[in-house]
Design a protein around this ligand. Structure first.
Ligand code: PXL
Length: 266
């Protein structure tokens, strides 16, 4: 197995639970060196997003170009890109990447605050997602990408297949937003095949960083040469454990997932 570095393109989360910070910890927990290109500096906690300061797109391109020119990167993920200009800046440099590209189409934070400008949606649909090897939307994001709500387990499966078809990539559709289900079920759609990954629903208040952790874990698996199916199985289990070990560091009930010290058997 090769151990090429993995790259994340995302925002900096001041609370350390999501974004670049979650991705680098996840890469490290998978034994990989992590690289990062920062899109925005975000003042946030699991309770609030108080400020988003975008890094100028030209500076994002400089980070990315230097990393792409200097390292043999095994796989990369893009999370919070924030604006159309940032999306275009990233897409311009990824044309010849030639390794797995994981796109987490981040739109809204777990606090309900927007992490993507509305005017950027077209660029997500027309520029970014067609470059993806695999996309990892949650149910609300899948709904926005398809232009309809995804409300049931049946609709989740259909939506995963449709998104995979629409963007000619694999789609890992997270099921965490279904309420009152005893099970948390994610769906992986790849070239006509569908796989399900289920786990008992964990009723934990500290879930900040879950989506970033899942897509970073998937990226780490792909950087190591795993198939979509193998990487997805590993990412699902890794994220479940990180959620189980989550804790709150702030003076409120909400907190962050914990990426390290995982007992692989639990
Ligand atoms: O929860 C998603 C998220 C929150 N905050 C920052 C991020 C991301 C996802 O990429 O970059 C800063």
């Amino acid at each position: 197995m090769s151990l090429s570095p993995a790259l994340t393109i995302a925002g900096s989360d001041s609370s350390g639970g999501a974004g670049i910070q979650a991705d680098l910890k996840t890469f490290a927990a998978h034994g990989l060196h992590g690289l990062c290109a920062v899109t925005c500096v975000v003042a946030e906690t699991p309770n609030v997003v108080s400020d988003i300061h975008p890094v100028p797109p030209v500076i994002l391109q400089k980070q990315l170009k230097l990393l792409l020119d200097s390292y043999s990167i095994g796989a990369l993920k893009a999370g919070m890109l924030f604006s159309k200009a940032h999306i275009v800046a990233v897409c311009e440099l990824l044309e010849d990447f030639g390794h797995p590209i994981v796109i987490d189409p981040v739109m809204i934070s777990s606090t309900g605050d927007p992490l993507l400008e509305e005017s950027a949606l077209d660029a997500i649909l027309e520029r970014l997602l067609p470059m993806a090897s695999i996309i990892t939307p949650n149910l609300p994001e899948a709904g926005i990408l398809l232009g309809r709500l995804v409300l049931s387990l049946e609709e989740q499966e259909v939506a995963a297949r449709e998104l995979a078809d629409k963007f000619s990539c694999a789609c890992y559709l997270k099921g965490g937003h279904f309420e009152n289900h005893p099970e948390h079920r994610d769906v992986l759609a790849t070239e006509g095949e569908v796989e399900f990954f289920s786990a008992p629903h964990l009723d934990v208040p500290s879930s900040h960083g879950t989506g970033c952790t899942l897509s970073a874990s998937l990226t780490a698996g792909l950087a190591k040469g795993l198939s979509f199916s193998e990487a997805a199985r590993d990412a699902h289990a890794f994220t479940h454990r990180a959620l189980k070990n989550s804790r709150s560091w702030v003076s409120s009930k909400k907190g962050e997932v914990w990426h390290l010290d995982q007992d692989q058997r639990s």
